[in-house]
Design a protein around this ligand. Sequence first.
Ligand code: NI
Length: 173
Amino acid sequence: MAVLTIRQVGDPVLREKCKRISKIDPSLQRLIDDMFETTHEAGGVGLAAPQVGVPLRLFVVQLPDDYEDPLAGEPIVLINPEIVKMSGEHTPEEGCLSYPGWVANVRRAYHVTIKGRDRHGREVRYRSEGFLAQAFQHELDHLNGVLFFDHLASLDELRRPAPRESEEVSVRA
Ligand code: NI
């Protein structure tokens, strides 16, 4: 496995509409492994393929082991993901590994059901809420060339993250 370079805002690949994946081959498996390693190394909760320069519809998410969610710690891979249901609303803090040092509160659906294929090509569906649902929406946005601050009425809403208690987590993905 290898830690990949995370593309930063300004890199055109982050604005691409990513292509659907038609073949799950060994090079894709390697990419998935590398994306998890890169996410962990960066201290994030997820990463989308365009963030490592690959404009394909794929992302990974892994919540911290001790987070209160039935899927905490589970390495989630979604290939060609689609949101099938959204409801509720909240405005949690959010940041992006492609735009480090800045956060903002972004309006997100609270409940999200998402489907796609896992790394073996099997159809999977996740029902999520709160933090995990936020991560799914953030990553799916990346596949459409959308960044978290595109949701803000004004870029003045961006701020430096406050120093936080170690047990607190917010989405960096
Ligand atoms: Ni991001």
